[in-house]
Design a binder for this molecule. Structure first.
Ligand SMILES: Nc1nc2c(ncn2[C@@H]2O[C@H](COP(=O)(O)OP(=O)(O)OP(=O)(O)O)[C@@H](O)[C@H]2O)c(=O)[nH]1
Ligand SMILES: [Mg+2]
Length: 116
């Protein structure tokens, strides 16, 4: 592989970003991703595990990791954190009952806390 090809590959990689999307279950993460991708949002179901969607934004390739937010899945969030370039924390502003859980620092700390 020539030097130019290597440089081109590195440049391409720099334009590829890994975006992690987390938040409580039913917050609307999958719906947002589907909407951005121009997909039908009338058939959204809870995410058991994760979905990856690749979107093109100008010259950027965004690999969006949409991770399930159910309580039993939250301890796995930190496994997706490595090599993430951007984090989107989705909050359902209409879910006033769970607003405190959603915005509490301990919710976010589950991403990095290895004892969680
Ligand atoms: N009215 C309205 N409904 C929404 C909106 N966003 C999501 N919903 C609905 O809320 C429900 C849950 O949305 P999801 O996108 O599955 O939520 P999620 O955050 O991916 O949930 P998990 O996968 O369980 O973590 C679906 O029935 C959506 O249609 C919104 O902006 N407005
Ligand atoms: Mg989902």
């Amino acid at each position: 592989m020539g030097l130019l090809s290597i440089i081109k590959k590195v440049k391409q990689r720099e334009k590829e970003m890994r975006v992690l999307m987390v938040g409580l279950d039913n917050a609307g993460k999958t719906t947002v991703v589907k909407q951005l991708n121009g997909e039908d949002t009338s058939t959204v179901s809870p995410t058991l595990g994760f979905n990856i969607k690749t979107l093109q934004y100008h010259s950027y390739r965004l690999n969006i990791w949409d991770v399930g937010g159910q309580k039993t899945l939250r301890s796995y969030w930190r496994n997706y954190f490595e090599q993430t370039d951007a984090l989107i924390w989705v909050i359902d502003s209409a879910d006033t009952l769970r607003m405190q859980v959603s915005t509490a620092p301990h919710s976010l700390s589950t991403l990095s806390d290895s004892s969680a």
